[in-house]
Design a binder for this molecule. Structure first.
Ligand code: BGC
Length: 274
């Protein structure tokens, strides 16, 4: 079967599925395994390859979202898995283990690609900031629908602390805050980001977005804030969609009768004209 596969790797779970990239949904079940601890490259790559194999004998592009900035397939920083990921050629490691080429990208970029195509950001122009509130805070910026990759706005410093340690959904749980207590902390973070980026719209994703009615109305930050429309599967769908886009971009254009070049006219040697 030719199936487009998306994988979403997080600090606590690795999730995967076969994706219908036209409709932005999973075809069949989402599969999940806990992220091995410690989450070293060897352990995570092996668990991911096994998970992908469990989806059946598929061929076609594989997209993998990883919780760190990825430049030319390499991980440049890691906050929520083992720090031995830093410097690793993730695309090569996953590709070798899975047995076919893969596209590796930041997990928040992946989820946001799906959200912009199929969810709350669909058709929205201007500057759109998508934040994923989970264990950490992921961030992705779109300008007129074009992704600016690898934004790491979860790591700006607020009151001497990494912002995601204060304002993420994980921090809310760790500190035992109610939504009412968490909202001003999140608001302060969003305000700081607003003053750096001045977006037209902020979309809040991550698991907590399904309870958005409990905190979004309490926010007073300047730009409009809406909850993501896609839930758990955004990261899987977006990774697969991105892999398909890059595969199509790399493929040589098909020559059709419309694009086929007109054969060059034979030049007749001077003086031998009929
Ligand atoms: C990482 C980001 C990631 C986010 C959400 C942050 O700690 O630095 O790259 O997107 O967590 O997983």
């Amino acid at each position: 079967m030719r199936g487009l596969i998306g994988v979403d790797i997080g600090g606590s779970g690795i999730k995967a599925g076969v994706v219908d990239s036209r409709r932005g949904v999973l075809v069949g079940e989402r599969v999940r395994v806990p992220t091995p601890q410690p989450a070293t490259p060897d352990a995570v790559v092996a668990a991911t390859a096994e998970l992908v194999a469990s989806l059946g004998p598929t061929q076609g592009p594989v997209g993998i979202g990883v919780p760190g900035p990825i430049v030319r397939g390499r991980v440049l920083m890691m906050a929520n898995m083992d720090t031995s990921w830093v410097g690793q050629p993730a695309a090569k490691l996953f590709g070798d283990a899975i047995g076919r080429p893969v596209t590796v990208l930041n997990d928040a970029d992946a989820a946001a690609v799906a959200e912009m195509r199929f969810g709350a950001g669909r058709g929205v122009k201007g500057t759109v900031l998508v934040l994923t509130l989970g264990t950490g805070i992921g961030s992705a910026l779109f300008v007129d629908g074009v992704l600016v990759p690898n934004l790491e706005l979860g790591h700006i410093e607020i009151r001497g602390k990494d912002a995601e340690r204060r304002a993420s959904a994980g921090a809310r749980e760790r500190h035992g805050l109610s939504f009412k207590e968490w909202a001003p902390v999140l608001d302060e973070y969003l305000d700081r980001i607003d003053q750096l980026i001045w977006p037209d719209l902020i979309i809040l994703g991550g698991g907590v977005s399904k309870r958005s009615e409990k905190f979004v109305p309490l926010l007073s930050v300047r730009p409009p804030v809406v909850a993501a429309a896609l839930r758990n599967e955004a990261g899987i769908v977006g990774a697969a969609v991105r892999a398909r886009m890059l595969e199509s971009a790399a493929r040589p254009p098909r020559v059709t009768s419309a694009t086929r070049a007109t054969p060059a006219r034979r030049r007749t040697p001077a003086g031998s004209a009929p």
